[in-house]
Ligand binder design. Structure first.
Ligand SMILES: Nc1ncnc2c1ncn2[C@@H]1O[C@H](COP(=O)(O)OP(=O)(O)OP(=O)(O)O)[C@@H](O)[C@H]1O
Length: 237
């Protein structure tokens, strides 16, 4: 059964200010969603609530097939939220990539193989031994994507993944996101403007004036973009 996330009557307030009230939203497996909206409208807050990292004031977010009340504090293992400014541990790049997989358990040999695959996938192999905190903005985004990729999420929230990146870095991030889509990962990406990553999306939502508006669907827009990568090389994980 496909993963489905359903939002019902979600309200978020900070003090007396109502940030948004969202009656209904469904995200189905395989979708690629651009969450658009001006700075400060609540994109981050909404995605964090959907990812189970923040509580709404009222309303529900339910994911099926595993029904779960996200704000009970439990994070769904198939859902990952990547922050706009990726957090890195004070350790080497390779250890940052391995972290989540080690928490999940598994043989050392298997973890080693997957970490290597993730580093190659995100084009970070040459930086494997470098301290993660010394990475550039673009490299950090790739590290964040590698850490997500290695855990094979079914739903991935990307919060402004191209903020402050130059054109080349945006293209590289777009290529990695394109790979994730081809592998079947459902993606919601927030950005106040269109860019090469949001262009991969077939569904567009606009958060404006505290309400969510459905945009245009481009059903047949391919997820393909020019890529120098070998697409299916590490498709299984
Ligand atoms: N913990 C908090 N307490 C009070 N206000 C908050 C809190 N978190 C966020 N806000 C406010 O809620 C509003 C929405 O913030 P949010 O980060 O969700 O917006 P955004 O659409 O993601 O913005 P941007 O595009 O600039 O990242 C902002 O005005 C912010 O200051």
């Amino acid at each position: 059964m496909g993963l489905e996330l359903t939002v019902d009557n979600l309200v978020k307030r900070f003090g007396t200010r109502e940030l948004f009230a969202i009656e209904q939203l469904q995200v189905r497996e395989g979708e690629s969603v651009h969450l658009k909206g001006e700075n400060g409208v609540g994109k981050t807050t909404l995605m964090k609530i959907m990812a189970g990292l923040e509580k709404p004031c009222s309303g529900t977010v339910i994911v099926t097939p595993k029904q779960r009340r996200w704000w009970s504090g439990r994070i769904h293992p198939d859902v990952i939220y990547l922050h706009q400014t990726p957090y890195v541990f004070m350790s080497k790049v390779i250890d940052n990539v391995a972290y989540g997989l080690k928490l999940r358990g598994g043989s050392r040999q298997n973890i080693k193989i997957k970490v290597k695959q993730a580093l190659v996938w995100a084009r970070l192999e040459h930086l494997a031994e470098q301290p993660a905190h010394s990475l550039s903005g673009g490299e950090r985004q790739r590290l964040a994507l590698a850490r997500a990729w290695i855990l094979a999420p079914r739903l991935l929230f990307l919060d402004e993944p191209t903020a402050n990146l130059d054109r080349h870095s945006v293209s590289t991030v777009a290529e990695l996101v394109s790979q994730l889509l081809k592998q079947g990962t459902t993606i919601m990406v927030s950005s106040h403007q269109s860019n090469r990553v949001t262009e991969l999306c077939t569904r567009h939502l606009l958060l404006e004036g505290g309400a969510l508006h459905e945009g245009v669907h481009h059903e047949n827009m391919p997820h393909e973009i020019d890529s120098m990568m070998e697409p299916q090389r590490y498709a299984q994980h």
